[in-house]
Write a protein that binds this ligand. Structure first.
Ligand SMILES: Cc1cc2nc3c(=O)[nH]c(=O)nc-3n(C[C@H](O)[C@H](O)[C@H](O)COP(=O)(O)OP(=O)(O)OC[C@H]3O[C@@H](n4cnc5c(N)ncnc54)[C@H](O)[C@@H]3O)c2cc1C
Length: 469
């Protein structure tokens, strides 16, 4: 019987499989996707948020534990387990050497992206190259990899893992690491969670899925129904406002629209609904998907003028362009009078100081609701541009409760041989909100922890057997 069975083929699963194998355990990895679609959401990533006390290879200055923790506290509004969050934060300071050993290469951030050169280490070639490097390393180390192998149920008795089922096949193992992502690709479950809104609509039906179609949450659902302890709730998720023309699955990062903090965002009635300049875009971009999701028909329109061009990464698909706001409104399908009135009110409220998009500057509005608290410049210089936005779901936070050993817990008791990593437990650290690069931080740290814990169970059993023989 194999020592460690890993379910999933993304970053968390691969980290778990590699660490368990390095510790001497035999490992089988089951990936639901075919080989050409392997790697889950991890293939879409670009960086990992990393603590450091002084400049390091690709990271500038310092990003100490306390600042990282304060960032987590702020974005989650306190919905985080401090012990586990600090464990993740500290471990990000020393995981890059291990990642490099398995073929991951880093590069400094590109200027003008999300201004993350101090806090985030970027993967050369992105997450796709990272996943490919890990799969290569896994093959070299003798990890058995099976594609097209969606696990549809688990045999768990009294909190102890016995076997996984792929179709009718029963695969037994001494331990198991679950790293099968969230349930973001399960549109029925999303619909069930979001229900019907105040306008009589099913908001989740209008969500786009930014990543893989394979994270259906089948095992998460089974474990929750068996009474595994859970964290967060089914409506919490990382959600980004994406270009409304993006595909239903796997649009990835190129569908993101990064100019929100440089302009205004209105709903289908041409009304603003949130502070576009509340904080730096890396800390706010993951809120905008949710904000748009709460608007009627789950649609938003980002409006900018020519003054801000060149200050943000331009979206891949060109937006609507017009010489006048009236013409732009028509192209976007908005009521021109309503948009003109909203922009006029906003422009009149702008108190322009010294515009600087690299700091929380003093350009703000006064006397309108919602306020725009930074980077508020009047929208007055044509041509004008508009981007239609939809909620793009990245990953869900409802997950399995865990501890410093990455064990799945039943009635507060840790399982002896069932562990969890990545999106399936990210809600322990991220009850809500997000800061760029935290997903890969959680997956890498808990993937390695889960792999180490699983290997420890089997290796200590082996030692006991040798000692008794
Ligand atoms: C567009 C995009 C950009 C992102 N950018 C970043 C970034 O730059 N930095 C960052 O930190 N985070 C980023 N994230 C978030 C990040 O992708 C996730 O937090 C992270 O990849 C989660 O890793 P994981 O291994 O838990 O899940 P995944 O990488 O999604 O892997 C889950 C795996 O499980 C498999 N699977 C699912 N169900 C089953 C089953 N029943 N049986 C077998 N296998 C199954 C899937 O096929 C997949 O291989 C981004 C996400 C997206 C979508």
């Amino acid at each position: 019987m194999v020592d460690v069975l890993v379910v999933g083929g993304g970053n968390a699963a691969l980290c778990a499989a590699l660490v368990a194998r390095e510790a001497g355990a035999s490992v089988i990895l089951l990936e639901a996707a075919p080989k050409e679609w392997r790697g889950g959401n991890s293939v879409h990533t670009r960086n990992i948020r990393s603590m450091h006390d002084e400049p390091q290879d690709v990271l500038l200055d310092a990003y100490p534990e306390e600042e990282y923790w304060q960032d987590m506290l702020k974005v989650t509004g306190g919905l985080t387990d401090e012990k586990l969050a600090r464990l993740v934060i500290r471990s990000t300071s020393n995981c890059r050497g291990w990642m490099q050993k398995h073929g991951v290469r880093f590069q400094p951030s590109l200027s003008g992206t999300l201004n993350l050169s101090r806090t985030n280490a970027f993967f050369m070639g992105g997450g796709k190259a990272l996943v490919n490097a890990y799969f290569r390393s896994a093959e070299k180390l003798g990890i058995a990899i099976r594609y097209n192998s969606a696990v549809d149920s688990l045999d768990i008795q009294n909190g102890e893992f016995k076997a996984a089922y792929v179709g009718g096949e029963r695969i037994e193992a001494k331990t198991c690491v679950l790293a099968a992502g969230g349930f973001e690709s399960n549109r029925d479950w999303l619909d069930e969670a979001w229900g019907v809104n105040e306008y009589g609509e099913h908001p989740a039906k209008n969500f786009l899925i930014r990543g893989t179609r394979y994270n259906n949450g089948v095992l998460l659902k089974q474990l929750l129904s068996m009474g595994a302890d859970s964290v967060s709730d089914a409506t919490q998720a990382h959600m980004v406002a994406v270009d409304a023309r993006a595909p239903l699955y796997d649009g990835g990062i190129c569908t993101r629209v990064d100019c929100v903090s440089f302009g205004i965002v209105v709903n289908k009635d041409a009304q603003r609904f949130s502070d576009e300049g509340e904080d730096f875009w890396p800390k706010r971009y993951a809120f905008w998907g949710r904000l748009v999701a709460h608007q009627p028909t789950q649609i938003g329109y980002c409006i900018i003028d020519s003054k801000v061009l060149g200050r943000f990464m331009p979206p891949v698909f060109p937006g609507e362009k017009a010489d006048t706001l009236e013409e732009l409104a028509k192209k976007l399908g908005l009521n021109p009078d309503a948009l003109l009135e909203t922009v006029a009110k906003y422009n009149a409220a702008c108190k322009v100081g010294t515009f600087d998009h690299t700091v929380l500057d003093d350009c703000h509005t006064e006397g309108i609701e919602p306020a725009k608290t930074h980077w508020a410049l009047p929208i007055d210089t044509g041509p004008f541009f508009g981007y239609t936005l939809k909620p793009g779901i990245t990953f869900t936070y409802l997950g399995l409760k865990t501890d410093e050993t990455a064990a799945v817990r039943f009635n507060g008791q840790p399982s002896k041989n069932l562990f969890v990593a990545g999106e399936m437990m990210a809600g322990n650290v991220l009850g809500k909100g997000y800061a760029a690069g935290v997903g890969m931080a959680i997956g890498t740290v808990f993937g390695r922890l889960a792999g180490a814990s699983a290997a420890q169970v089997v290796m200590s059993k082996k030692e006991e057997t040798y000692a008794a023989a």
